[in-house]
Design a protein around this ligand. Structure first.
Ligand code: SF4
Length: 356
């Protein structure tokens, strides 16, 4: 494809109410470095137009590594008995949140595995206390729960929820998530949307068995669902999982998916994920230059941070807590951008809460 046709194709995707699957697939199959530059700079222009030059920070605390699920790509899966499990105490959690607040971070992400023993009321209390003491948005990422639990936490003040779809292809989804169903995932997303959470989805690039068409379908799902946040990261094999010997996801494919998601969704918040920064070099820079507008510094205190091993080689596991937020200032400067210390709420203007 010559450059003129590529520009036409990107414009068609940008202006479509819902892009054609085959157009997205065609872009995902690009490999020529000059063509990739055109794609990435198109996405960067869309990012600038809809999100500006500020890079939002989401401070993450991984407060529990218990998990009852058996996702084939994840080191936290239930039968990984090599992993020492933890759930932080209220006191430990508060100290970590206090430190995060002192770094001017205005979004806290509380993440865990699918921790079925988590006491919903204990956790509701934690959310209420955080919301009354600190001026910050609270994002939850705790997996599939009941509508009642989602509702109690929303009432306590939780603002946002991340529940990645990982892949929208039903067969692939159910083959890599033993005992789980895509329908239930979507049901949970609809509960969350109905409760008024700002809603995040996302996928993994390079899952064994995934095709370009499936990634294109994911991007259409993100568009249809009008998600507020979309996290896209590469698959990184973990030695203690069923996918131990599979190939890593390709960085370029991940960057293409980020760029296309930016072009298609326009104003969703898209992080340059920690997984992207945990490959052979730190590709978060590249992510920020092709559509991403968010970074996620890790505030999980030691010794827990090392134990939350979804994939191996995770960035900054040995760094002192909070160090990442300083390093992010430098990252932003290096690419001529700046850290935006606001809450960074959704940029969507949603009048009615439609289903995903
Ligand atoms: S991806 Fe989430 S639910 Fe699946 S095993 Fe890992 S922590 Fe558990």
């Amino acid at each position: 494809m010559n450059m003129f046709n590529l520009s036409k194709l990107l414009n068609r995707i940008y202006t479509a109410r819902l892009p054609e699957l085959k157009d997205l697939e065609q872009v995902l199959s690009l490999n020529d470095p000059k063509q990739l530059n055109v794609l990435f700079s198109f996405a960067d222009t869309v990012r600038k137009e809809f999100c500006g030059d500020g890079i939002l920070l989401r401070g993450i605390i991984e407060f529990s590594s218990y998990c009852s699920r058996e996702c084939f790509y994840c080191g936290l899966h239930k039968s990984n008995h090599k992993l020492k499990r933890y759930r932080m105490s209220e006191d430990e959690l508060f100290k970590a949140v206090e430190y995060l607040a002192s770094c001017r971070i205005k979004t806290l992400v509380l993440q865990s595995g699918q921790d079925d023993s988590l006491d919903a009321l204990w956790f509701k209390d934690i959310i209420s206390k955080i919301k009354s003491k600190f001026d910050m948005a609270v994002t939850l990422s705790l997996g599939e729960k009941s509508m009642d639990e989602y509702g109690v936490w929303r009432q306590a003040g939780a603002d946002r929820y991340l529940l990645k779809i990982e892949t929208f292809d039903k067969e692939l989804y159910e083959s890599v998530h033993s005992g789980m169903s895509l329908d239930n995932r979507i049901k949970c997303l609809n509960y969350l949307r109905a409760l008024g959470y700002q809603l995040g989805s996302g996928n993994i690039i390079g899952l064994p068995g995934q095709t370009l068409k499936m990634i294109a379908q994911d991007i259409i799902f993100f568009k249809r669902g009008d998600f507020d946040m979309i996290g896209i990261g590469p698959f990184i094999p973990h030695q203690d999982t069923a996918f131990a010997n599979r190939q890593k996801g390709e960085v370029n494919l991940c960057l293409k998916a980020i760029a296309l998601t930016r072009i298609v969704t326009k104003n969703a918040h898209i992080p340059a994920t920690t997984a992207l920064g945990s490959m052979d070099k730190d590709y978060r820079f590249d992510g920020l230059k092709c559509g991403a507008n968010v970074l996620m510094p890790n505030f999980t205190p030691q010794p827990y941070r090392k134990l939350y091993e979804i994939y191996p080689g995770k960035r900054c596991v040995d760094e002192p807590v909070g160090r990442c937020s300083f390093c992010m200032d430098n990252m932003a400067k290096e690419i001529g951008r700046f850290i935006d210390y606001s809450r960074g709420d959704s940029l969507k203007e949603r009048k009615v809460s439609a289903n995903v």
